[in-house]
Each structure stands twice: as C-alpha cells, then as structure tokens.
Design a protein around this ligand. Structure first.
Ligand code: ZN
Length: 113
C-alpha cells in the first residue's frame, strides 16, 4: 500500500493553488496557452495540466508533490521550500510551498524540523 499520495500544484502570481483534475496537454499547445511556463512533463510529448474545480480553465502543473499519508506536519523549513518540485513533503503546508524555492519571509528564523 502506498504511503504517499500525489498532490499537484500550479504556481500562480497570487500564490500556489492545488489542482485536482489532472490531464495532459501536448507540448505545442501548452507552449501556446502558457507561454514561458516551464510545466512538469508527462512524457516527451505532453505536459501536465489541471483544474482547481470542475469546469475551471486548465492551469499548468508546476509542481507534483508526494505527500505522506501520515505527515509529521512540521513547520516548513528550507529543506521543504528549497526541495525538488517533485519531492516528498510532510510538513504543515501540505506541499503547497514544497520546492517553490527559498522565499525568506516564509521561513521563521528558528525553523524547526
Ligand atoms: Zn512545506
């Protein structure tokens, strides 16, 4: 039995949103709809996109987090935020900040693990 589940996020100017309905879009269309966005690949020909709610426009998946089913829910730290965009997370953010890159105002001065 899997001890993690995949969570998909799209980094928007307003912050990360979690995507629920995940599908694929071919690379050419993706480049046209989301110019300049480096989305996650599904394979060599397609990239991942998803919707926040059914019927909403597709957004590019920019991070895919393996979220633990029994997370320790620790405070986000540099390891989380600076992790890979496809890494494993078990902190309070639920993966929302995992792999976003170091954003200093997110990090408490005494980051706990
Ligand atoms: Zn986190």
């Amino acid at each position: 039995m899997s001890t993690t589940r995949m969570r998909y996020f799209s980094d928007q100017p307003s912050g990360p949103v979690e995507l629920l309905t995940i599908t694929t879009m071919d690379n050419a269309q993706f480049a046209q709809v989301f110019p300049g966005v480096c989305g996650l690949r599904s394979d060599g020909f397609q990239k991942l996109v998803g919707r926040v709610v059914p019927g909403a426009p597709y957004l590019p998946v920019t991070r895919r987090i393996d979220y633990k089913r029994r997370p320790s829910l620790h405070v986000c730290n540099a390891k989380c935020v600076g992790g890979k965009p496809t890494g494993t997370c078990e902190c309070q953010c639920g993966g929302a900040h995992h792999g976003r890159g170091l954003i200093t105002d997110l990090l408490p001065s005494a980051a706990r693990h």
